[in-house]
Design a protein around this ligand. Structure first.
Ligand SMILES: [Zn+2]
Length: 338
């Protein structure tokens, strides 16, 4: 014992020195972690940084955020650069259904029951033009939809030069919708409240490239009621009406327009049908049964019917002027113009 005591006493100053040195090094390491390690994790806690359309690259830092949705992850999510160059392979088949995919075409129904599979279809980069301005320079749209959109805005501004149309949203990726939904949960207070205003990722009409939003304070009244009354002439419908919210699952959105093509927009408006109701109605008009027929205001007669199938080769091509679109469920809609 005595020897040990002496031994400890002799080495005590050295042990004390080492202990102090270790403590100092530990303190330096701790401060370093707080300063440098802390700055690395900071972006993940600032979700406000993802509230604009232009910050697609920042979204990559959010991969560690907890999932707030039950929607399954899709492996077919496109890159954040929306434009693709794959064209329709047949001039006679518009709506790009030539790829043989029921998720392709201007009549695809995308909602919480029918998620989108993000087929590789061409989209064009939007630029400000006659009658409208853009909130962001990174907006994309399906080409067919974009042409109709530009025509509608030009005609509106010719009639109402004082008009001020601002487009804030076009095509959206899965990742972008995921960010918007997370923001909506934060803004509206709960998952259920968010669902009334914001589609789940994979379930957004914007995924199709056939939809766009004017600014969210756009009510479609005053001079803008012209757009609501005439949009069918360009192939558009107001996608989410208050009266249809029980069917669409989305509350009133007067600013959200969806391209479905002129004859279909006309028929939907005439018969007060939302897209869910129209696609459902078309099951009553199968290929081998009575077809839906109606006459557009310019005298063109349209014949519309449903064909069950998963590939365009399942569809017997009719004679004459026709278009084919998938319904994003289980088949195709054939439209013949006479
Ligand atoms: Zn929208």
């Amino acid at each position: 014992m005595k020897k040990k005591k002496q031994h400890r006493g002799r080495w005590a100053p050295f042990v004390l020195l080492v202990t102090v040195a270790v403590l100092v090094i530990a303190a330096i390491v701790a401060v370093s972690v707080l300063v440098f390690g802390g700055s690395k994790t900071a972006p993940e806690s600032t979700t406000a940084a993802t509230t604009t359309q232009t910050d697609a690259t920042q979204s990559q830092t959010e991969s560690t955020q907890p999932e707030t949705t039950t929607a399954p992850e899709t492996t077919t999510e496109p890159e954040t650069t929306a434009a693709t160059t794959k064209p329709a392979t047949s001039a006679n088949v518009t709506g790009n259904a030539a790829q043989g995919d029921v998720s392709v075409g201007s009549l695809v129904l995308v909602n919480a029951d029918h998620l989108y599979s993000f087929p590789d279809v061409e989209k064009v980069h939007m630029t400000s033009d006659t009658g409208y301005t853009m909130a962001y320079d990174t907006l994309y749209m399906n080409k067919e939809c974009y042409t109709a959109f530009q025509s509608m805005c030009a005609d509106f501004s010719a009639k109402y030069p004082q008009g001020d149309l601002l487009v804030i949203s076009g095509f959206r990726t899965y990742q972008r919708q995921k960010e918007l939904f997370q923001n909506s949960v934060a803004k509206n207070g709960s998952y259920e409240a968010a669902r009334k205003w914001t589609a789940l990722p994979g379930a957004s009409d914007h995924h199709t490239g056939y939809a766009f939003d004017f600014s969210l304070d756009y009510e479609g009244d005053g001079i803008y009621s012209w757009i609501r009354e005439n949009c069918y002439r360009y192939g558009f419908v107001v996608r989410f009406e208050a009266s249809k919210s029980a069917i669409t699952g989305i509350s009133n959105e007067p600013w959200h327009f969806r391209y479905v093509g002129v004859p279909h927009a006309y028929y939907m408006m005439q018969n007060n049908l939302c897209l869910e109701e129209y696609i459902d109605l078309l099951y009553d008009y199968p290929e081998d049964g009575q077809h839906l027929t109606f006459t557009y205001e310019d005298g063109t007669e349209y014949e519309v019917y449903y064909v069950k199938g998963t590939d365009l080769s399942d569809v017997k091509k009719p004679a004459g002027n026709y278009t084919i679109s998938g319904n994003n469920i289980d088949g195709f809609i054939v439209t013949i113009a006479k």
